[in-house]
Each structure stands twice: as C-alpha cells, then as structure tokens.
Design a protein around this ligand. Sequence first.
Ligand code: GTP
Length: 598
Amino acid sequence: VKKENIRNFCIIAHIDHGKSTLADRLIERTGVLTEREMEEQVLDSMDLERERGITIKLQPVRLIYKAKDGEEYELNLIDTPGHVDFTYEVSRSIAACEGALLVVDATQGIEAQTLANLYLAIEHDLEIVPVINKIDLPSADPDFVKKEIEDVIGIDAQDSLLISAKEGIGIDEVLEAIVKRMPAPSGDPNKPLKALIFDSFYDNYKGAISFIRIFDGTLKQGDKIKMMSTGKEFEVTEVGIFRPNLSPVDFLSAGDVGYVAASIKNVSDTRVGDTITNAEFPASEPLPGYKKVTPMVYCGIYPAEGEDYENLKDALLKLQLNDASLTFEPDTSAALGFGFRCGFLGLLHMDIIQERLEREYNLNLVTTAPGVIYKVYKTNGEIIELDNPANLPEPTEIDHIEEPIITATIMSPTDYVGPIMELCQDRRGVYQGMDYLEPTRVLIKYDIPLNEIIYDFFDALKSRTKGYASLDYELKGYKTSELVKLDILINGEIVDALSMIVHKDKAYERARKMTERLKENIPRHLFEIPIQAAIGSKIIARETVKALRKNVLAKCYGGDVTRKKKLLEKQKEGKKRMRQIGKVEIPQEAFMSILKLD
Ligand code: GTP
C-alpha cells in the first residue's frame, strides 16, 4: 500500500463505552480474522482486566480496507490505556497516530477519564472523529451528546457518526470516516531512520520486541540500529506487522506501524518513547517527548509462607521481562522475613502486579503500605534515597528530609471547584492556579506531596465530584518537609513492616486510625495485647485487644494430653495465614487493613 493510503489511528473512550466492541467490529468487517481466531486472539485479554472492567492494553492491529473510492487502505489501530498511571505510555501511542475515534456512549455522554486522553490527542494535533455509540438503546440521546462534545471539548460534532457497535450499525461509516477525514502520515523514507517505540514486550525466542511507528526512513532485517536514549546498538533480526499476530514483512518505511526484533535481551533496552535510528546513518535528533519512566510508588512484598521466597522471585523476574517499569530488590523485615522492595508507576500498577502474582503465580502475599522516595540529608553530609521507612536513620543523625512534590492537574465541571480545593488543601496542597476552559469546565492546578496522593486521593476526588473530575500529575521536584517516622508496637514490639513516614501534622490522625484498624483485625489472644503508635519513644495512640475470657485449653483441665494436642493442632490449622510477631499472631489482613484509612 502506498503511503497516502495509510491511516494510523487510536480509539479514545471511557471504560464501558464500547471501545473493545467497536475494535472487534472493525476487525471483523475488514476480514483480517476468522471468527474463531477472533475469539482466540482478540478477546484473549488478561482475566484480570476483564474482571476489573478495564482494558490495560490491546494489541495493535493492521486492517486492510477496500474503501468506496475503490482504493485499498492500510488502517493501523493502536490502543491507548486509560489510566493516570499509564499516561506517559498513552501519550506515546497517541504520538504514533494521525487520528482518533472518540467513542462516547449515547446514554452516558462524556466522562472524566476520556478527557485526559482526548486532550493529549488534541495536543498532538490528531484529527478527532466523534463516534456516538449504543444508539440501539432506548435511552440513547445523540443530540444531547453532540452538544456536550461541542460544549466540553470545543470540536465540531455535527458530523458525529451514530453507531451501534453491538448491533453492527454504522461500522462502514466509521471505516469511511477514518479514510476520508484522517490524514495520511507524513515523513520521508529517504531520510535517516526515526522510529518511535510506543510499546514493547518480551518473546522467549525473539527477545524484546519493540512496537514502533516509523516517522522517517526505512527498516529491514540486517540493519544496524541504535537506541538514541542509551546509544546501545543491535542488529535487526525481524521486522513485521500486526495481523494481529506478529507477521514478518521485508521492510517497514515512513508512515508504517509495526514491530522490530533485534535479539534484545531486556525490555529495559526498548524504552517506550525512545527513538530508534540507523547506527550507520543516524538521525541528528531523536523524536520529541522521550522521558525515562521511574517508579513513583514503593512497597514491600513478602511471601505469606517463607518457603515461597524463590517462587516469588521467579514470578517477579517473569513479570519484569514484560514490564520495564517494575523494579524490585531483595529486602528483609524482622516481622515478615525475606521478601522484596518493589517499585511501581502508581497505585493501579501496584494493584495489578500484586493480583497477577497471586493469581497467575498462585502466591500468597503480605504487602506493606505503599510509600514514596524520600531524600534524607544526614548530619554527616551523606544523602540517602530512602524507599523503605524501616531504614530511616536515627533522628539525631538526620539534618532534614525532603519529599517528592507533584503538580496535579485536575479537570472538572465548575460545580465542584469548592470540594476539590478543600480536598487539595487537606492533603497539604499549594494552590497554583485555575483556568476556565469554557464556562462550565475548569482546570485546577495544585502542588501536592506525592505521599498524600498515593493512598486514596483519586478515590476521594472521584467521590467528591461524582466521578467527573480527572486527575493527571507529574513530578515537580523535592521539598523539605517536617516528616516523622510513625512506628507501630504490638505487645511492646516494633513491627518494622508497619512503620511509615508521615507529615508531623498528620501523625496523630494516622496513628489513631492505624491502631483502630489493627485492633479490629487482630484476634483476641489468651493475654491482653496493647497496640501502640509511636514517634521515637513517644507513644501517641493506643488501643488494646482484650484477652480471651475462655480458652480452648481450659476445657481440658490439664488431664488428657492427646486431647490437648489435638486441640492445639486444630487451632494451628485455623490460623495458617498468620504472622507470628513475638507472642502475637497477626493475620495477613491486618497488614492490608492499614492501607485503607478512610
Ligand atoms: P473497556 O474494555 O473496559 O475499556 O470497555 P470498552 O470501552 O472496551 O467497552 P466494551 O466494548 O467492553 O463494551 C462495554 C459494554 O457495552 C459491553 O457489555 C458491550 O456489550 C456493551 N456495548 C458495546 N457497544 C454497544 C452498543 O452499541 N449497544 C449496546 N446496547 N451495548 C453495547
């Protein structure tokens, strides 16, 4: 296909508005796959994504479409995950496209999460084609949705397509609009190679495979390539396209979307956003927008049963093969034994990895509270990057501590400005400014400590704005802050895995909530268990788990030894998933319970 007949596009939609259904219909209509293949390949997303009702990533796919003008077109559909943790990846996928289908549910209208991606698309000058879906439903109100698109986004929605992805209505019109309304890619095949990596994954035989969009130049087997961010060089073993399974082709050239394999051992050498160039005829400059993503959120992950340590390590290594943004290193805790300190892009990323470890690798885990990286300036001049509160030096050795600050951009209908500002203020936010995008929509900026965002900020924002606000954030820098380490003592012993770093002003509230939660989650023992929260040697909150009044052994009168043993045996079974801390058995749930404070 000639370059004028290529269209690279993505679908932007709120969860459940019908992105996957439409993608399936487009694939079906262009006949790339038989029905059976569809079931096997396209719908074969991770169980986890299906259950959570979110698609994290769809495989790109190349469709061949014979348009009404008699010409054959190559349509490359690239997916855009819709969550703030993956905003950077989304921005790279969008940068690989010339157009976007904006799918809006005719019964729901525009929703918050759609907007962040949509604004990214507008920023990258993509041609936006509004598609109003689910017109088969009785409550569909396409005119209202059209007006909303015009009011909220400010693009012309008169030519919105009215479709039902489910019933297969209007699908040809979508394909025609992609061809007629979206521009062909520009770029020069004779210039030095510039290919944007927008995704990558690990293949056991071929090594790390990069998904690329070629802007200039050509790429074929045998070429020597260079990753512009690292200068590392590789020899291309295969180039190909997505049908949607990987199919080798002779070459890829300017405008094309495809993949490249080059015996790359590690996905961290195929960084999303990096530019691939030809090592012998290199481009002078990379494509704009590359950013090295680094973990923002850390937590400890420990096997519930110590003998699973090696299995956990293997599982993390396997997940990391496909996920360069997951980091981990061995860690030990007096309370939890051997485990790993892991780094993630954000909380959703953390949740996904934990769930995959538990489901796909059958591991029982104990996880510690998520935290950020602090810079600890010691009195002896040393600076420590601290990701584990348990390793905080003694107060006398600390000169000061800095914490990461993010700039949060919150987009919302004007009605919710009050509650949003209240929330930001409460989370130690510093107001930066406010912009009216139109009379009804506002953009609010706050600088907020990352530490205040990672617990439940997103949920709190949602509940205060009926789900209408969207959040995006980026790291701004570090700032000195009055931070203290909050320790939890159970039966007089510090449980290192429960320590956390908090702002001085928040310490009392946090301490009270944590001790309350722990009290609810620690079962009664034969003796009374004090649960205390302390800063240094100062106790600032206390709860008590009362002693059991009757105990199982009391019934035995110390007489029958075998009966006593049996009872003890039975008790043991009942508390398999417990952690022994000193004399106290703490259930796994207790460690999790402190994560949910509100
Ligand atoms: P995520 O994968 O979670 O991002 O959602 P999605 O946007 O891909 O939505 P999906 O295609 O999974 O559709 C969500 C639900 O809406 C499913 O139950 C679909 O069957 C239904 N649906 C999609 N299109 C239509 C339509 O045109 N009409 C009706 N009535 N239902 C539809």
